[in-house]
Ligand binder design. Sequence first.
Ligand code: GLN
Length: 490
Amino acid sequence: MAEVKSRIRTLHTMLTDKEISCKELTETYLRSIAEVNKNLNAYVNVTEDVALTTAEKIDKQIASGENLPLLAGIPMTLKDNISTNGIETTCCSKILQGYKPIYNATVWNILQNNGAVLLGKTNMDEFAMGSSCETSCFGGAKNPHNLGYVAGGSSGGVASAVGGNIAVYGLGSDTGGSIRQPASFCGIVGLKPTYGSVSRYGLIAYASGFDQIGPITTTVEDTAIVYDTISEYDIMDSTSQGNKGVKTLDTLRNDIKGMKIGIAKEYLEGIREDVKEAILNACKVYESLGAEIVYFDLPALKYSLPVYYILACAEASSNLGRYDGIRYGYKTPSYRDVNDMICKTRSEGFGSEVKRRIMLGTYVLSAGYYDAYYKKAQNLRGTIVREFKNAFEKVDVILAPTVPMTAFETGKAVSDPIETYLTDICTVPINIAGLPAVSVPCGFDGKGMPIGMQLIGKNFDEAKILNVAWQYENVTHDTMFRSAEMGVKS
Ligand code: GLN
């Protein structure tokens, strides 16, 4: 059986063999965006000039025979909360419309140094708060497998663009599932790295103690290539640790015989039957590859949602205090005094989901309620961290569903936002514990919508989870990956 083809490697070879020029490749993607984006609503800002200027530079480097990194000349996208110097960065919020950062996020500096071709900035839930991309002030991104369904969120635009092949890969951010959930909904791969391994400098904060930037790609190898590139130590981020010298690509194809793959029983409770079946089928695949399935308990899982929503909202209420109409973006046109100006700017500039979370966060931090909510949630966070730690004494990686269901129909999350919080149950524990997890496609539901599973590792064990993910993808790719039949034909 032929190996899964890395899209990045294939294009890299085509570029360096001069089968196609970087300008032609970029123009092909830009044409496809012009055609498909009106349906997908994946891009909120197409940076054609930036893309073509880089493409010309890369073509010159190829002509002069320079040795180029794998990502050079590859057309990609960034979620619109990753700061790009001189390029509008809005977090898909009215309050940041027109805001052009005066510096680059570290990840974007790294990618630029690697010759990445930025096609544009992609859609997201406002300030990354949501699971459907529909809290975006630009309207939600659609699922490339069926336009009647959401792409997921909050990095819905990146997943829609990569799944619909109007970008080869993209960077999203994940605070409670925002890389993995949309990747799962769109039938592609998404990695939430260990907290601290990828610099958050220049990522507009939602909840700084949880936020991580990571890749969304079509294959595990592409994820490994992008992760290895962006996971550098960064002096500009006080929580940065880099990847500790580990290159995930080196061990991607390792044998997994004898490896222990853990399943927490609690992770299989209350999830949809077809999703459960897909996970159990994945266990069989792993057994056939020589791995051992080990069941264990994770009783604290039930506290994850309240812990996440208390702590993330508390951090958000503090982080979003800076939008006061003075320093960035939107300012109300008429006001009496400075208090009135700030109040009106925030009331008019933020959408209702963001306001709900700022209020909730302010409440749990307020003098009379701090002990009852915030402190309790912090203590429980410790319990969740410990339970994962204990589990990793018995198993190498943990296998779990990414989402308890598949993509929802458009409009459903907006009509019942609280109900959609429940769908974050499988992803938020990982952010609470700071662990790395990758979502890979593992099946389809009766309507043809993709199902995803996540492989969770110990801190800084990205190499192991990507190795285990690659082995699964390698034997199932032909059945588990379906091209969304739009965008650039590969
Ligand atoms: N869906 C989760 C939320 O609404 C996670 C969002 C995220 O990871 N940015 O908070």
